[in-house]
Design a protein around this ligand. Structure first.
Ligand SMILES: O=c1[nH]c(=O)n([C@H]2C[C@H](O)[C@@H](COP(=O)(O)O)O2)cc1CO
Length: 156
């Protein structure tokens, strides 16, 4: 099971501790292609400072999005990059879980909440305390048979 995790980088790194918690959980369900998003050393400047570096990041990430089996996005901290990734995956018809924390007082973009269909593109309001349960429930109940690379019993 290849999992693409989306989280804010240049949009602000305020939630990086939570990204770390999410990625730790995701690793129990499969291979996380974008583990760097949860790296506490990675600052709001991102992985590269030059336009050439940005093109490499863009092309690599779009390629990973094409390859992945499922997308999980923490969408509370607004990020242009995460919004762009989600727009692309809607077109790619990838199974997607967006996680949003209303307790922050933020209101999620209509372009994300309004894209939810409850099946392929799910938006889940949650609190940090329940994040592991929400992820386990999503993977165990919804994704048992959707991995294209391995048997339902062995999600690696
Ligand atoms: O250095 C990077 N590496 C990278 O993989 N990304 C991708 C993964 C994240 O889910 C998303 C974050 O976008 P943004 O930086 O606009 O917040 O874009 C984004 C950047 C910097 O924009």
């Amino acid at each position: 099971m290849k999992i693409y995790f989306c989280g804010s980088i240049r949009g602000g790194r305020e939630d990086v501790d939570l990204y770390l918690k999410i990625v730790k959980n995701l690793k129990s369900h499969g291979t996380v292609m974008t583990e760097h998003v949860s790296n506490k050393q990675l600052t709001h400047t991102g992985e590269a400072g030059s336009a050439a570096g940005d093109r490499l990041i863009h092309d690599r990430d779009v390629d990973w999005l094409r390859q992945c089996d499922v997308v999980v996005a923490e969408v509370t901290q607004p990020s242009l990059g995460v919004g762009y990734e989600l727009g692309r995956v809607v077109d790619m018809k990838k199974r997607t879980l967006c996680l949003f924390r209303p307790s922050t007082g933020r209101v999620l973009s209509a372009m994300i909440r309004g894209a939810a269909d409850g099946e392929r593109f799910v938006v889940r309001d949650y609190s940090e305390a329940e994040v592991e349960n929400v992820l386990d429930q999503f993977f165990n109940k919804n994704l048992k048979n959707s991995c294209s690379h391995c048997s339902p019993q062995k999600h690696q």
